[in-house]
Design a protein around this ligand. Structure first.
Ligand SMILES: [Zn+2]
Length: 113
């Protein structure tokens, strides 16, 4: 038996997902990645006549943004004043060349002629 906050949603392709509003999770995984409720969660929130904004992750709110940038950021001095560290050499990244001839043709998008 499903609880008040856990339920199953079927999308337009008849694929089912388990949504948990308390944990703010959905089987599709989109909620975990971006912090914004996916279309499955949004559908059920609208059915409950609640505000979707209440289910957005706190890190995406204005309060979180203001808290992140509340500290003073001091400007750097000119690059001429920076101290030089001897013995530190920056190397280029290692590039692995793939076997075979490199592709010269661009892949066309679907519907492109
Ligand atoms: Zn989902």
């Amino acid at each position: 038996m499903a609880s008040e906050y856990e339920f199953e949603v079927m999308d337009e392709k008849y694929k089912t997902f388990v949504v948990n509003l308390q944990n703010r999770t959905c089987d599709c995984g989109a909620c975990h990645i971006c912090g914004i409720p996916c279309k499955h969660v949004t559908r059920y929130i609208a059915r409950r006549q609640e505000d979707v904004v209440d289910y957005v992750d706190w890190k995406l709110t204005v309060e979180a943004y203001l808290a992140t940038y509340s500290d003073v950021m001091h400007p750097l001095l000119d690059q001429i004043t920076w101290s030089i560290i001897e013995g530190l050499k920056i190397l280029s990244p290692k590039v692995k060349v793939k076997v075979g001839r490199p592709k010269t043709m661009r892949r066309k998008e679907p519907g492109e002629q």
